[in-house]
Write a protein that binds this ligand. Sequence first.
Ligand code: LLP
Length: 413
Amino acid sequence: MIKFKNEIPFVEDTSLNNIIGVCETPFYIYSQEIITKKVEMTKKILGDNIFFSVKSNSNQAILKLMNLLNIGADVVSIGELKRSLSAGFSPNKIIFEGVGKSKEDLMYAIQKNIRLINTESLEEIKLIQNLALEKNKNVNIGVRLNPNIDGGTISKISTGKKTDKFGIEITEIENIVNLISNCNNLNLIGISCHIGSQISNIEAYKNTFIEMKKAADKFTSLGINIKHVDLGGGFHIQYNKADPKFKIEDLKRELDSCFGSSIYELSFEPGRYLIAEAGILVTRIINTKQNGGVNYLIVDAGMNTLIRPAMYNAHHEIEPLIKKNVNSETYTVAGPICESSDIFVKNISLPKQIMGDILFIKNTGAYGKVMSSTYNTRSLPSEVLVNKDNFAMIYIPNKIEKDIEEDIIPSWL
Ligand code: LLP
C-alpha cells in the first residue's frame, strides 16, 4: 500500500509526511483506490450480490464508499444497522445476521423494512413471527444453517461446526418447514451460512457449497420457495509470506461446478477480503530497550489499538517508514500496554531504529480500529482515508479526559 517516491513514503498520491504532520500516532490509514479495486474485482468474479461485513470496518466513510460501489451491508447488531442506514445504505440492501438479536433489535429491523433477517434458531423464528404479527407486517427471513464443516481456520474464528454456537443444524430443516407453515407473517426466502473467517481451504468451501445446495433443494422439495443462497464470507488474505495463498477464482470454479445453472440467487458477505489490505496502522517508537538479550522497540500502538496479534497470534508485517541506509538489527516490536501479550511481532530484522522513528503495520484495514479499546485508559486510534492526492480524517477520538469524565462516582463515595 505504501510506495516510495525518492525515498518519501506515499499512499496513492498523498505523502505520508503530510498526514503525519496533522495526525497524532497511532492512526489507521485506508486507501480508497485499493478498496475500490478489490470490491470491483470481487464483483466481477462473484457477481453483484456482495454484502460487506460491516463488523470488519464500520467507519461511516468506509460504509458510504461501499454503498457508492454498489454493494450491500451485512450487519450483526442494531448499532451496525443504524450506522449502515446513516451512511446511506437503502434498507433493501441490508441483511441482518447474528446469533443474539434482542426483541428490540428485531423490532427495529422490521420497522425499517430491511432486505432480510437471517435467523439463527427456531425460537428466534417464533419471536419474529410474533413481532411481525404485532406490527401487522410481512417479513422476509432467511435461516442461517450450520453445515457442520471445519474450515480449518483458528478455533477462535471458526463458526461452521455443529458444536459452534452459530446457525441451525441442517438436520432441523423439516422442523423449520413445519414451524414456518404456522407463521403467516413470515416469508422464508433464503438460507445462509458462514463457516468461519480467514479460510484458505478450497475443499472446505466446496463441501459447504454442496451442503447448501442440498439444503436449498430440500427446502424446495418441502414446498418452501428458496430464492437466495447466501454463502457467507471468510475469504483468506495473505498477512505475511508464510501465509497460504487464496485465489477467489478457485472458489468461483467450485461454485460453478456445484450450483451451475441452478435457479438460486447466490450472495456473499466478505469483510476482511475487501478491506484488510487497504489499511495500515502507523505507530511511533516511544522507547527502545534490551531485556534478557531481547531488543525491544516499544511503540505507541498496543493491543488496545490492534488486538489481532495478542488475540489470534496473527502475524502482521511491520516496516519502517523511512528507508535508512544503516545496518539492520533484530527487533521485537511491543506496545505500551501492561500485559506480556502486548507484542506485535518477535525477532524481525529492521534497519537500526531509534526513539521517534515511525513504523507501519500492514494489512490492518479489517478488524483493526473496530476492535480497539481504551484499555489502560489510552485513546482510541484516529482513522484517515486517502483518495489520490487528498486525505481526510474520518475518525477523531475523544480526548482521554472526556472518557475520564464519563465515569460516575456515586454519592456515597
Ligand atoms: N458473515 C458472518 C456471519 C460473520 O460472522 C463474519 C465474520 C463474516 C460474514 C465476515 O467474515 P470475513 O469475510 O471478514 O472473514 N476478529 C477476527 C475475525 C472475526 C470474524 C467474525 N465473523 C479477526 O480479526 O480475524
